[in-house]
Design a protein around this ligand. Sequence first.
Ligand code: SAM
Length: 192
Amino acid sequence: NYRCRSAFKLLEIDDKFNLFAPGQCVIDCGAAPGSWTQVAVQRVNANKKDAKKSVGQVIAIDRLPIYPIEGAKVLGNADFTSLSTHAKLTEMLSGTRVNVVLSDMAPNATGIREMDHENIVHLAYTALRFAVQVSQVGACVLLKIWDGRDTSKLEKDLARFYEHVKTVKPPASRTDSAEKFLLGRKFKGLKT
Ligand code: SAM
């Protein structure tokens, strides 16, 4: 039982692109009410349901409260655009490198298309910036956006850090017309 229908978008994307594997570490940004977290927990075996497979970990964060999700660590009431949230997350990770960063974050829509686009792209960039700092080479990132002027810039920036960049529109997302997802796969790592 998923907490909301958004779960199906992530299930469809994972079925097609295999983002998750048991044992992996996932950060879910903008996670409330928690259906993506539920999917991630199952797919990385963070709830230890499959005793034969390695056990992953999922950290869910949202600026709203998040009700506990079995198998996940939750950080509710935390604004992802604030650096103190990043510090808390880094502490929770205690050195573990991340395999998948998800952002289904969405700002409150104003109804002004350009402004909503700008706001969600800002959230996506915040997730991308965090992802490149905590991810392991080969990791992937999935960012929700509402299409607009800066989409291609974000795609280009993703391509600097990820070998494969794709725009994804899962069937379950049909009803959300402006919504799409940018998927970056095979994180190249930060050159030092
Ligand atoms: N993926 C979720 C699920 O399946 O249950 C649904 C996420 S909902 C579409 C978008 C979420 O982004 C909202 O819960 C909202 O509070 C969160 N959000 C928006 N701005 C945020 C921010 N600055 N920091 C953290 N979360 C944010």
